[in-house]
Design a protein around this ligand. Sequence first.
Ligand SMILES: Nc1ncnc2c1ncn2[C@@H]1O[C@H](COP(=O)(O)OP(=O)(O)OP(=O)(O)O)[C@@H](O)[C@H]1O
Length: 262
Amino acid sequence: MQHMRTSGPGDEVAALDVRAVSHSYGQKRALNDVSFSIAPATFTVLLGLNGAGKTTLFSLISHLYDTRHGSIRIFSHDIRRASGEALRRVGIVFQARTLDLDLSVYQNLSYHASLHGIGGREARQRIAALLETVDMQGRQHDKARSLSGGQMRRIEIARALLHRPSLLLLDEATVGLDIESRAGILATIRKLVQAEGIGVLWATHLIDEVEDADHVVILRRGDLVASGKVSDVIRANGGSSIRETFSKLSRVDAAGMTETSP
Ligand SMILES: Nc1ncnc2c1ncn2[C@@H]1O[C@H](COP(=O)(O)OP(=O)(O)OP(=O)(O)O)[C@@H](O)[C@H]1O
């Protein structure tokens, strides 16, 4: 199994470093001793079928849940001991829709800006620039309720970027969207990595959202089964494509036992 290099003395600080993280809901183990790190300004796909533990991992990284076992560092700031410093560097787009439907696009964004202490002209400028980034310029007075699912997602992405994070987390951001909206949103996010140097962790169960140049972290029922560059993960598992490799690594037999032991 290939693992991404962890940061060490003299190395670049990891955008995200997850070390030996476990999480249970009562008796149910959702994450089991998961470790990986992602470098700044890279696009990393967090791949896993339903129930693999992606949302649980996001809830721990965003400090919605306390990390009781293991540690999570964001640009070297520990999410438990320095949560303010760590969270300042992260923007999050959750799987569930979170816009206030009765407010306008601008009101949704300016409310969030003020939560981060950004107001006045600075907020207006950032909102205008970000609406362009997500291709929603001219829509600030529209009621959130009037937007399509894909447009709402774009506003949520703009909102997540308002405080200029260096790491962006997106949990199944394209779920429920048509093919064109999915491709458009994915392209917008990939551009952010290229143009702004933002590190992205993109959680999905859709293998067609992975490109050859990406990094992947693959979870299966709470276990990390692979992480690294797509080409390295394919090679290490003897596959010929990431689709084949993911299918092999995600396989669970009828008795619920995993078929491969990477
Ligand atoms: N609040 C909860 N209480 C009990 N079990 C939970 C809870 N949330 C998640 N689980 C269980 O933990 C495991 C991981 O779930 P999680 O939602 O993190 O996976 P996921 O990869 O995000 O899947 P999905 O794409 O379906 O949301 C699953 O078995 C799920 O049933």
